[in-house]
Design a protein around this ligand. Structure first.
Ligand SMILES: Cc1cc2nc3c(=O)[nH]c(=O)nc-3n(C[C@H](O)[C@H](O)[C@H](O)COP(=O)(O)OP(=O)(O)OC[C@H]3O[C@@H](n4cnc5c(N)ncnc54)[C@H](O)[C@@H]3O)c2cc1C
Length: 491
């Protein structure tokens, strides 16, 4: 096997990653006197801001991705290789990849970020992520698998455990996904699962800091919380999550919630590749770069986007890990590479913050622009428009537009499909009485009220309707592997 990259007299710029940064950089180098070699472990660009809609069944995954080869069709100086880069050997200007070594004259690292569990192994093992297309599809399957499983449970406690959803992290992703799940609960799930009592399903959003949407205006934070609470999401702030044990999420001052679905949207770190010298990599795995994105200690290696940080007095923790930073750095780096080739001085990066926005649900969004802020229906339209126009490819925009229109008028996201079931390692419950630990045995019903039993110490109990456990009595063990007998016959 050989990587078979054509030899050329032009300087070779190798770009690792076709995210927002890599994509923009390669586009902008279209007419530069260089050979551009793009490497990515996925053969598509992923529009991460809409991943949560894939995870909650609103959009198909192929509407938010774009095939790399199609996007650069006709770009003469462009080569793509589908591979994973595993190491940088800066001394020999070579990369190690799973398809063989690839050499470079200039290297641009645009590998993005990864989910950060802050070393918490119990959370890492239990939590679902929304970072990649496969992880979003896993979450979609898992949510609907849990509802299918809830139908088979005998006790209210077990049903609650499978129906409850806990989202950790009150940034835009956490706000958007908890809002989307609240809408599923309000509009879709009760129609699909009329046998389940939806008072048993609670959606929680837990944030360690004092506000949601930290980094946006106080109005946006407050409004997002208000919207979520209107949508029946239990929002907890100042409540760091400690661990996940025995099916419970422990957080805040000793509170806990029992939930199978724990979604972690509470942090990301950089993705520095092995081989860079220690001083070039910060603790958070972001790569230290100078004001024009050159990696500290190297003359021909650059890093852009989420994986890079320019630390200055104004940005002591680097720029925010958002798409516009990656794209603006890419645009400037494309110009700077040409300047460097022409032995001119490169320009420093200045971030032009165009504002921030987040949607909470139907007709509800918050928008902070540099000069004014607004919330509500108009903000939601702006959010829709900006996201639609930012998607790569006309086909994706058209399909997404019609899907959104359909979802809006029918209140019926149609994609609650379990195409590729997601199986978690079975969790051992105390006393090994769980269905997972003991084949199909079910634990005895715990004497608990209907909803959020574990939160009673933390919050005055809300008056809840009485529990009506409509599930069938526990079947004799020998019958438990059989299909349920008390359901109406199907045609
Ligand atoms: C759920 C979610 C929602 C978000 N919402 C918003 C939003 O609303 N607005 C906003 O501005 N930002 C949002 N962001 C952040 C935004 O997506 C990132 O800031 C942006 O993607 C960063 O671009 P990037 O080019 O640095 O990296 P990425 O876009 O992450 O791209 C990295 C690329 O590198 C590839 N790669 C990584 N390692 C390797 C390797 N070793 N070998 C080969 N290929 C590799 C990956 O496959 C990927 O294609 C969101 C992020 C997430 C996860």
């Amino acid at each position: 096997m050989n990587v078979n990259i054509p030899a050329t007299n032009l300087p070779r710029v190798v770009v690792i990653g076709c995210g927002f940064g890599g994509l923009e950089l390669v586009k902008k180098l279209r007419h530069a006197p260089v050979q551009v070699v793009l490497l990515d472990r996925n053969n598509y660009h992923n529009f991460q801001p809409l991943l949560y809609q894939v995870a909650t069944g609103s959009l198909e995954p192929d509407t938010i991705v774009a095939p790399i080869r199609k996007m650069f069709k006709g770009q003469k100086n462009f080569i793509y290789r589908y591979c994973e880069v595993t190491r940088i050997n800066a001394g020999s200007n070579q990369l190690e990849t799973n398809i063989g070594p690839i050499s470079y004259d200039y290297l641009v690292i645009a590998t993005g970020s990864q989910t950060n569990f802050f070393g918490n192994k119990t959370i890492e093992k239990a939590a679902m992520q929304i970072k990649t297309i496969p992880s979003a599809l896993n979450l979609r399957s898992y949510i609907f698998q849990n509802f299918e499983k809830a139908l088979l449970m005998n006790t209210t406690y077990e049903k609650e455990e499978l129906m409850n959803v806990v989202v950790v992290g009150g940034g835009p992703t956490g706000v958007e996904v908890s809002g989307a799940i609240a809408e599923l609960k309000a509009n879709v799930l009760p129609k699909d699962y009329p046998e389940l009592d939806f008072r048993s399903m609670q959606v929680y959003l837990i944030e360690a800091g004092p506000v949601l949407l930290n980094g946006m205006s106080a109005e946006a934070s407050a409004k997002a919380k208000e919207y979520l609470e209107e949508m029946d999401v239990h929002v907890w702030i100042n409540a760091p999550v400690e661990k996940y044990e025995d099916g419970k999420v422990y957080f805040g001052q000793g509170q806990s919630i029992h939930a199978e679905t724990l979604i972690w949207a509470a942090g990301v770190s950089g993705t520095a590749l092995p081989g860079l010298q220690e001083t070039a990599v910060a603790k958070n795995q972001r790569i230290n770069v100078n004001q024009f994105n050159k990696v500290e200690g190297y003359e021909n290696i650059f890093a852009i986007g989420d994986c890079a940080q320019i630390v200055t007095e104004d940005t002591p923790r680097g720029h925010p890990m958002v798409a516009p930073v990656a794209m603006q750095q890419a645009k400037l780096l494309a110009k700077n590479l040409v300047r460097i080739l022409n032995q001119e001085t490169p320009e420093n990066f200045v971030y032009h913050n165009q504002g921030a926005m987040a949607t909470v649900g139907r007709n509800k969004a918050v928008v902070d622009l540099p000069k004014f802020k607004f919330q509500g229906f108009f903000a939601w339209l702006v959010w829709l428009f900006v996201h639609l126009m930012s998607l790569a490819g006309h086909r994706n925009r058209v399909i997404t537009f019609f899907t959104w229109v359909w979802n809006y008028f029918t209140y019926d996201q149609s994609l609650r499909l379990i195409i590729r079931p997601y199986w978690k390692e079975p969790r051992k419950k105390k006393g090994d009485a769980s269905p997972e630990a003991q084949g199909n045995e079910t634990p005895q019903e715990k004497p608990q009220p209907l909803a959020s039993p574990d939160l009673q110490s933390a919050k005055p109990a809300e008056p809840l309707p009485p529990a009506t456990d409509t599930s069938p009595p526990e079947a004799p063990k020998e019958q438990q592997n059989q299909p349920p007998q008390n359901l109406p016959p199907v045609a």
